[in-house]
Design a binder for this molecule. Structure first.
Ligand SMILES: *Cc1c(COP(=O)(O)O)cnc(C)c1O
Length: 358
C-alpha cells in the first residue's frame, strides 16, 4: 500500500522511456531522436521569443501554430489541435474519445504507451497480433470496438501500413474513432492527414520530436474533423489551458515554415537508414524494411539483450524490449553516418565473442 496514493494509482505501471544519460562521447541510438540540430530559423525564433512577454500567459489556443499547420496541409484551424508533445495529444485523445464501454483495439506489438493510457483511464483493450513478419493485419480490426489506434509507421518495427487496407478499414469502421499515430511518417511513409475530410472518425497525430528534431521543445498536434478536435479541446481545458508555452509556439511555427531544411534533413536520415541497414545485413542481421528513423533488427545467432548490454559497455545505447515476440530484436535509431559507423564497428567486435551467443 502506497500511503496517500489514490486507489487507482496503487498498481499503475507508467511508461518507461529510453535512458537519457549524460555521459560524454555517448552514441545515443535508443530514443529515436534526430541526430541533426533543429532548423536554425526555429532556434532564432525561440531566442527572439525569450523576452519580457514571458510574464504573460501564452495563447491558450495556439492559433499561430494552428494557422501555420492549416496552411501547410490545406486545412482550416478548427481541424487542428496542438499539445505538449504528441504523448500529451494521445493522452487527451484516449481520455476524450476512447473511454468507451467496448474495448479498443491496437496491435500486440506497438508503441508501449497505449496500454499505459488504457490502464490510467480504465479502458479495456484487445490486441490483435501482428503477423509473423510484424505486419498489422487490418482485417483483424473488423469487429465491434470502442476505437482503434494504429501507429503508421508502427513502432518499434518501422513497418508502414498498406494505405488501401487502412482505407478499407475506415470505410468499414464508421462507428468509433480511429487514431493514426504518424510520429514517424515523414521518413518515407505516406501521410493520411488529407483523409480527415472524408472520414469524420479519423484523427491523425503528428509530432515535431522526430522529423523536425525538436524532441526537447515538446510539440505535437492532431488533425481531424472539427467534432473530434472539439473533444480534444474540451479535455485540454479541463486539465491545462496552456500546454504550449511561448517559446514552444514560436519555435514550432518557424520549424513548420522552414520546409527546405525539413526536406534536406529527413532525406539525410533516410539515406543513412539505407546505409545502416546494409551494414547490419552484412553482419548477418535480419532487418525489417523501415519507414521510420530507426531500424528493428535481429541476429539468428546472437542474443539481443546481451548485444545491447555489450554495446552499452562500449558507450553505445540502443533499445531492447524484454517483451514476448520481440525480445530477440534491437531497435536502433538512425544516427549520423559517423555514429552508425561506430555502432557497426562495435557490433563487429562484439560478434566475435562467444559470450553473446543465443
Ligand atoms: C516518439 C513517439 C511519440 C511521442 O512523441 P512526442 O511528440 O515526443 O511526445 C508518439 N508516438 C510514437 C509512436 C512515438 O514513437
Amino acid at each position: 500500500m502506497r500511503k496517500f496514493w489514490s486507489p487507482a494509482f496503487q498498481d499503475l505501471r507508467p511508461y518507461v522511456a529510453g535512458e537519457q544519460l549524460a555521459i560524454p562521447d555517448l552514441i545515443k541510438l535508443n530514443t529515436n531522436e534526430n541526430p541533426y540540430p533543429p532548423s536554425p530559423a526555429a532556434l532564432a525564433a525561440i531566442r527572439t521569443a525569450a523576452n519580457a512577454d514571458l510574464r504573460l500567459y501564452p495563447d491558450p489556443e495556439g492559433l499561430a501554430l494552428r494557422r501555420a499547420l492549416a496552411k501547410r496541409h490545406g486545412l482550416s484551424t478548427d481541424q487542428i489541435f496542438v499539445g505538449n508533445g504528441s504523448d500529451e495529444v494521445l493522452a487527451l485523445a484516449f481520455l476524450a474519445l476512447l473511454r468507451q464501454p467496448r474495448p479498443i483495439l491496437f496491435p500486440d506489438i506497438t508503441y508501449s504507451f497505449y496500454p499505459v493510457y488504457c490502464q490510467l483511464y480504465g479502458i479495456g483493450y484487445i490486441n490483435p497480433p501482428v503477423d509473423a513478419d510484424y505486419r498489422i493485419r487490418t482485417e483483424d480490426y473488423r469487429h465491434d470496438n470502442g476505437g482503434i489506434v494504429l501507429a503508421h509507421p508502427n513502432a518499434p518495427t518501422g513497418r508502414a501500413l498498406e494505405l488501401p487496407n487502412l482505407r478499407a478499414l475506415l470505410e468499414y469502421n464508421t462507428g468509433s474513432a480511429v487514431i493514426v499515430d504518424e510520429a514517424y511518417v515523414d521518413f518515407g511513409a505516406d501521410s493520411v492527414v488529407s483523409w480527415i475530410r472524408e472520414f469524420p472518425q479519423l484523427l491523425v497525430i503528428q509530432t515535431l520530436s522526430k522529423s523536425r528534431a525538436l524532441a526537447g521543445l515538446r510539440v505535437g498536434f492532431a488533425f481531424g474533423d472539427s467534432n473530434l478536435i472539439e473533444a480534444l479541446r474540451t479535455a485540454k481545458d479541463s486539465f491545462n489551458s496552456y500546454p504550449l508555452d511561448r517559446l514552444a509556439l514560436a519555435g514550432a511555427v518557424a520549424a513548420i515554415e522552414d520546409e527546405p531544411y525539413f526536406e534536406r534533413m529527413r532525406h539525410h536520415v533516410m539515406e543513412s537508414r539505407t546505409r545502416l541497414t546494409r551494414g547490419l545485413e552484412q553482419m548477418g542481421f535480419a532487418v525489417i524494411p523501415s519507414h521510420a528513423n530507426f531500424v528493428f533488427a535481429t541476429h539468428p545467432r546472437y542474443d539481443a539483450a546481451k548485444l545491447q548490454a555489450e554495446l552499452r559497455q562500449r558507450n553505445v545505447l540502443v533499445r531492447h524490449f524484454a517483451k514476448p515476440r520481440i525480445d530477440q530484436h534491437l531497435r536502433i535509431s538512425v544516427g549520423t553516418d559517423t555514429e552508425c559507423d561506430i555502432l557497426l564497428a562495435r557490433l563487429s567486435e562484439i560478434l566475435g565473442e562467444s559470450a553473446v551467443s543465443r
